[in-house]
Write a protein that binds this ligand. Structure first.
Ligand code: TEU
Length: 556
């Protein structure tokens, strides 16, 4: 149903809603405390009831789990903790039976150091010696000053090969040498193998890091200018697209650090290297200072600036991915909303925001019930390698006190916040496992859980359902143009979406205050299609009085 005569550039993945599953923490079927694929199969009816169209599965491949599966030891097998290839086939089938598609995580900037390629490479096997970045030298002096995303130098010394190898992440995640055509070919083959198994695309981990400046020179700021969007990145991705997905009707989502909207066009716009959309990090910086651990007050005007830039730059061609949280970020409601008194209202406001922007919404598991950040009063609770490194560095290098300096920061920003088990009900361990969960369950599970949310018609869960129905039934939600209203308003984010004659007016109060906003273009008889509060009629002067975290969508 469209209100315009111009043909829309329709794609199924533009109209879809993606649901991200972090398998370790979703549902455990065998009592070992770790979520698994049969556990997900048990919940496909849940996904169907929620109404999502695509599942993005975080890595389930063979892995020593130094970075929870982002360190892959075999791309074409399933880690026994998660199940078997047969289990995976069953999952795909059960999802497809419910018209839900499946995209897999593709992690090819690096492998695990336990991957056979690296094992052979460190032994100097002529076929594999060039699969990674190796540099001769002295064990005391790394080849350059690049820094790992997880802290510390991006190089480790290997005693076996007696040389340095590059790892932009953990030392157990050596970077693949994409200059080597054999590496690229192996990766294309592996991708085609998965595609031939019937998947609907990939989410591509840090895919704009795969090209490094020739000679690996020293850099400023940890060397990022030599590996973020490196010299051959467009060629490598373009070739990969040509060799794998180009003739298939699938979606490709590139995860890219350090990319802005203009640069994004090179990847997702007409004439670019052919990806569907990308996960960028720009709006993840609107509440942080010099680094991710430095949490500050949300800068709403900055959020408007960034979102606006992406909405406009990719409006004509290209496409946005809209997310407020994932397995690498703290919980959206704790970070951008309020996880106390206004948890429900603010979670609904954030959902309204997410579902009314132009782009494909990505829901991270638990968001649909307003799951929150957790507590780390005991350092033993830390599971994530990045958080562990941060805590170690703070305590050892800077002499910080755990309870005073480290704990509050982890509670705001640790990736573990997103990784606590999915809260299914109010039974022990939130119904996630019969065993001991690998990571602690958030204490609020007796109140915040799926069973309670589904039983309550006013819940966040039902609100998500409503938004998904609206998006499905009204093209303007998906394809409408975006235009900001009252850009300088410090508390309210309001905008208009238009498609032909159809128009939506969206108003989101991002704070606990009770601000006013004048909506001059709001018709007296506009229809309120969704809101997180009961709303009276439209006042004659068009000045709306908003309550804490209030969100409204009008159609006219
Ligand atoms: O994340 C990329 C990435 O840049 C993050 O590591 C980010 O720097 C960090 O999480 C901010 O806290 C991807 C995966 O999503 C992440 O889980 C992996 O750890 C990482 O790549 C390495 O594969």
């Amino acid at each position: 149903m469209t209100a315009t005569d111009e043909p829309l550039d329709r794609e199924w993945w533009k109209e879809a809603v993606v649901y991200q599953i972090y398998p370790r923490s979703f549902n455990d079927s065998d009592g070992d405390g770790i979520g698994d694929i049969p556990g997900i199969v048990e919940k496909v009816d849940y996904l169907d009831a929620l109404g999502v169209d695509v599942v993005w599965l975080n890595p389930v491949y063979e892995s020593p789990m130094a970075d929870n599966g982002y360190d892959i030891a075999d791309y074409q097998s399933i880690h026994p903790e998660f199940g078997t290839m047969d289990d995976w086939e069953t999952l795909l089938e059960e999802l497809n039976n419910r018209d839900i598609r499946l995209i897999m995580d593709l992690v090819v900037n690096h492998t695990s150091d336990e991957h056979e390629w690296f094992q052979r490479s460190r032994q100097g096997d002529p076929e594999y010696e060039d699969y990674y970045y190796w540099r001769e030298g002295e064990p005391e002096e790394p080849p350059n000053n690049w820094e790992s995303f997880f802290g510390g130098p991006a190089w480790s010394w290997d005693d076996e090969r007696e040389a340095w190898y590059l790892h932009l992440f953990d030392e157990k995640q050596p970077d693949l040498n994409w200059r080597n055509p054999d590496v690229r070919e192996e990766i294309h083959d592996m991708m085609n193998w998965w595609l031939d198994h019937g998947i609907d695309g990939f989410r591509m981990d840090v895919i704009n890091l795969i090209s490094k400046t020739e000679g690996l020179p020293d850099g400023e700021h940890g060397g990022g200018e030599h590996f973020i969007g490196g010299p051959q990145v467009l060629d490598y991705i373009g070739e990969m697209v040509d060799e794998t997905v180009a003739d298939r009707d699938v979606m490709t989502v590139g995860e890219m650090v350090g990319v802005d909207a203009e640069r994004a066009r090179e990847y997702v716009a007409e004439g670019g290297c052919g990806l569907s959309m990308l996960i960028h990090f720009e709006h993840m910086g609107v509440d942080t200072g010099h680094d991710k651990w430095d949490l500050q007050e949300l800068d709403l005007l900055e959020l408007k600036r960034i979102i606006g830039e992406w909405q406009h730059t990719l409006a004509e061609d290209g496409w946005n991915c809209i997310y407020l949280g994932n397995h690498d970020q703290p919980r959206g409601v704790s970070r951008f909303g309020d996880d106390g008194e206004y948890r429900e209202e603010s979670a609904k406001m954030l959902a309204t925001f997410q579902f009314t922007l132009q782009g494909t919404p990505f829901i991270f598991q638990g968001e649909e019930i307003g799951m929150t950040n957790t507590t780390f009063e005991d350092p033993e609770k830390i599971r994530d390698v990045e958080a562990q490194n941060f805590a170690e560095m703070s305590l050892a290098d800077w002499g910080d006190d755990y309870a005073e300096d480290v704990q509050p920061i982890l509670e705001d920003m640790s990736r573990d916040n997103a990784r606590t088990p999915m809260q299914w009900d109010d039974t022990e361990h939130a119904g996630f496992t019969d065993g001991e969960p690998w990571i602690h369950v958030n204490e609020n599970y007796d109140e915040v859980n799926v069973a309670a949310a589904r039983a309550d018609e006013d819940s966040i869960w039902h609100y998500y359902r409503e938004l998904m129905d609206l998006r499905e039934e009204n093209d303007v939600f998906v394809y409408g143009d975006y235009e900001i209203i009252d850009r300088e308003h410090p508390e309210v984010y309001a905008y208009r979406r238009t498609l032909g004659e159809e128009e939506l007016l969206v108003v989101c109060n991002f704070f606990e205050n009770e601000p006013q906003i004048e909506m001059a273009n709001l018709d007296a008889d506009a229809e309120l299609v969704v809101s997180n509060y009961d709303v009276d009629g439209i006042p004659g002067d068009k000045v709306l009085d908003l309550r804490p975290y209030e969100a409204r969508v009008y159609r006219q």
